[in-house]
Design a binder for this molecule. Sequence first.
Ligand code: DGL
Length: 266
Amino acid sequence: MVNKSIGIIDSGIGGLSIWREIVKELPKESTIYLADSKNCPYGSKSSEEIYQLSKKLVTFLAQKKVKLIVLACNTITVSCLSKLRIEFPKIPIIGTVPVIKTASEITKNNKIGVLSTVRTAKSKYQKKLIQTFAGGARVLNIGTDKLVPIIENEETNMIKINKILNEELKPFLDFKIDTLALGCSHFPFLKKKMQKILGKKILILDSSAAIARQIERVLKNNKTLSVYNSRSYVLLTTGDLEKFKKLSKKLLGKKFKNVAIKSISL
Ligand code: DGL
């Protein structure tokens, strides 16, 4: 029997925040991570553009015969999860699980912040979920397209980074949230810096653990959980290979060895 991989897509490198959780929680699974670095960021594109780009990524992974696809990108999820599920009915597709549900269970003062890309913030999808989950909680959803380039372009100017973060996070402090849900898979890589600005009392949550649990549930249901101890990790980028190699090593640290990193054109 062949050990089929889990496919993971994102507009860029940010989805590695979800990939590392999948690798940690499901250590027997092989993964193919596909980053559309060439077209990143997606947050400022139209829904139709995002759909056309995502379709290419999913088609590529479908040809690789992956057993499940994770959209490790909130922007793709809110723009076209249902369309992709219709287009590729044979592959289970999991979107980012909004952390709003967890946030609404954890909040003590009933004030939740959600930070995402502009496209995600504008989507009706997110709003509907907020209403379903957050019940009586008050939610401040802010969309920004300034943070993804900090990660993707490996911004090192700390004054610039802190200035942007201070500006983007200030409304949450003014609103007096006690819980911040990260609605973009790039943002966990800025979590430490955000925590410094927000202070220790504000809890910052991201979706990665919930996504890993959901993958496990779906694979169990479909009886496709891997039973093998041998696994492979492949990271693919549509952008500059050397840049991607350097950045992924920096973001993941030395922890993840034996990862093959290649560039592809779609
Ligand atoms: N990482 C993606 C997300 O979770 C989007 C980044 C982008 O704008 O390309 O929303």
